[in-house]
Ligand binder design. Structure first.
Ligand code: PMP
Length: 405
């Protein structure tokens, strides 16, 4: 099944059953952005920028307009310094994934490695570009909820022994989509060593790292990397507003001599990321000391409470039915559950139609693995606590009925 089918299916189910409570969408809650004054942010940017305001309405530089503001933001919120010319503003991280694959994977014997279940938009990119994807199963590589680097290294060796050259390893290290797990700092360090040893680059896709509800955020792989092997992708879709379609891509610190830069691929793909949308982000950053920390501290209280409400409701209503929490998450948008049966399309539609609740089977995020058929991903970012509780009680009825078949 490809993502188009999955998304189509879910869009159809959501459209067909509009009253259903949806735990499917990985979207921020509109209440956190719908009252923002977008024009005001653009004005702040225009007033502060030495550039003439007309630049916002013309074709702009392919690498971006707000690289300076993003560099400050990365220093404040991600804890690393990066030269502005190593940053490219993109149409969300989805475009950034496309650009990195375009640049790094060139020949038939080259591949991208992803650990499934994984953000299935990556598969779509590789299919679109007709590039090779090799998936490894997290169920086989996992140790104590984290990636076992020994098992991962062995898997890399097996791929190479088939004459396949690994160019990129796709990693979504913080509150990952769909499982919600976080990679430990030592695993991040080991990955960098493996990248050097096996000559691949890490594609670090990190849209959920700011959503930390317990404990402290871990440093990004890019921040730990002093070998120049990491591409770092960030997005304002989750922390601000997905409709803006603004993300950014940071190239590895060392320069590839004579090679085309990401901005060349960006130019060929979409010329530039909407300058007005960039100015909204730029204005927000200028107005907020180049940081999302204050905004996230407030928003995370709400999302954190929603996560607690979800987990409590699951324990109360679903645990007695044999449903298990798969590693309780401490951040992000998603909590995964293990059901006592396999969650297929039919059951998803039946849950929406008869019980008014929509969830995402984790198998939708898999290419080859059959190990995740009993797991479902629940997004707790979109609905408020009361709706979450009601949604879980509807899910309980659907599960109960399925168990009795
Ligand atoms: N990566 C991950 C892990 C995601 O979950 C998503 C969106 N669901 C994206 C990338 C794409 O996000 P965007 O293009 O809006 O930044």
């Amino acid at each position: 099944m490809n993502q188009t089918n999955v998304m189509q299916f879910l869009n159809e189910v959501s459209a067909k059953y509009p009253q259903a409570i949806s735990f499917a969408a990985g979207q921020p809650s509109p209440e956190f952005y719908q009252n923002e004054s977008w024009a005001n942010f653009i004005k702040v940017y225009e007033d502060a920028s030495p550039l003439s305001s007309s630049l916002l309405y013309r074709y702009a530089s392919s690498s971006g307009l707000i690289n300076h503001e993003i560099a400050q933001f990365l220093r404040n919120d991600e804890g690393f310094s990066v030269a502005e010319q190593n940053i490219t503003l993109t149409n969300g991280s989805q475009e950034a994934i496309n650009l990195v694959v375009m640049k790094e994977v060139r020949n038939d014997n080259e591949c991208v490695v992803a650990i499934e279940p994984f953000y299935i938009g990556v598969k779509e990119v590789l299919e679109g570009q007709q590039k090779r994807l090799v998936t490894l199963d997290f169920a086989k590589l996992c140790q104590g909820g984290d990636l076992s680097c020994e098992a991962f290294e062995q898997a890399l060796q097996e791929i190479q022994s088939q004459g396949i050259s690994i160019k990129l390893v796709y990693i979504n290290p913080d509150f990952n989509n769909p499982l919600g797990f976080c990679m430990s700092e030592s695993t991040r360090q080991s990955l960098i060593k493996l990248a050097v040893k096996y000559h691949f680059k890490i594609l670090e896709d990190n849209p959920y790292s700011h959503f930390c509800y317990q404990g402290k955020r871990l440093p990004s792989i890019y921040a730990l990397d002093n070998q120049g092997v990491t591409y770092h992708l960030g997005s304002f879709s989750k922390i601000f507003c997905p409709g803006l379609r603004v993300g950014y891509l940071v190239e590895p610190a060392t320069k590839d001599h004579g090679e085309r830069r990401i901005s060349d691929y960006k130019s060929a793909t979409s010329i530039n990321t909407c300058a007005l949308a960039q100015a909204v982000i730029g204005g927000f950053l200028i107005q907020n000391d180049y940081s999302f920390k204050a905004r996230m501290a407030e928003i995370n209280q709400h999302y954190g409470a929603r996560k607690v409400a979800l987990v409590e409701a699951v324990k109360q209503s679903l645990s007695p039915l044999g449903v298990k929490l798969y590693e309780e998450v401490s951040g992000g948008f998603f909590q995964t559950l293990e059901l006592p049966f396999e969650a297929d399309f039919e059951w998803v539609e039946k849950s929406a139609a008869q019980y008014g609740v929509i969830v995402m089977p984790v198998s939708f995020f898999c290419v080859n693995s059959t190990k995740w058929k009993r797991f479902v991903r629940l997004s707790f970012s979109y609905a408020d606590e009361t709706t979450i509780k009601e949604g879980i009680s509807r899910l309980a009825k659907s599960i109960e009925s399925q168990c009795s078949i």
